[in-house]
Design a protein around this ligand. Structure first.
Ligand code: HEC
Ligand code: HEC
Length: 95
């Protein structure tokens, strides 16, 4: 029992458990930042973004607009969920 736990822990440390998984959808324009039922099928209509998205794993990949990504890191550090609308739209949630 103990040995198998140690092996499991060892495998875990060597692999995914310690690796950060940054979110990256290969977005390529400001228009694509606007969330729609088509672009955001599993997250559309929800107000609590951080129920699914881990703050420290988003806005880490500088894609088509590194300035905005940098801005997003700063805006969301203190602003929380209400700070998302300016760039990603309402996500189908009214004010
Ligand atoms: C119920 C889980 C869930 C919630 C809540 C959620 N998302 Fe998502 N989000 C996802 C998933 C899953 C994806 C990948 C695309 C898909 O399958 O919908 C995604 C993708 C995205 C993307 C990249 C795709 C794109 O079209 O730009 C952005 C940006 C995003 N979410 C922002 C938000 C914001 C902002 C909120 C809060 C208003 C939010 N999400 C709430 C699950 C969620
Ligand atoms: C200043 C504009 C701005 C704000 C504010 C902003 N974002 Fe983003 N967001 C971006 C940009 C630009 C990208 C695309 C990054 C890239 O090139 O992949 C992005 C991408 C994302 C993605 C896709 C995964 C990724 O990291 O690329 C998610 C999820 C997301 N944002 C969630 C949020 C949530 C949740 C909030 C509010 C807490 C928020 N954003 C606020 C500009 C913003």
């Amino acid at each position: 029992m103990r040995a198998s736990f140690a092996i499991l822990l060892g495998l875990c440390l060597l692999s995914a458990c310690t690796e950060r998984q940054y979110e990256d959808y290969g977005l390529s324009s400001d228009a694509e930042l606007q969330l729609t039922p088509v672009s955001h099928p599993r997250g559309y209509g929800f107000a609590d973004c951080f129920a699914c998205h881990v703050h420290s794993n988003i806005h880490q990949v500088d894609g088509f607009n590194p300035v905005a990504t940098e801005g997003a890191r700063r805006a969301t550090a203190n602003g929380g969920i209400e700070s998302c609308r300016g760039c990603h739209g309402s996500n189908g949630v009214s004010e």
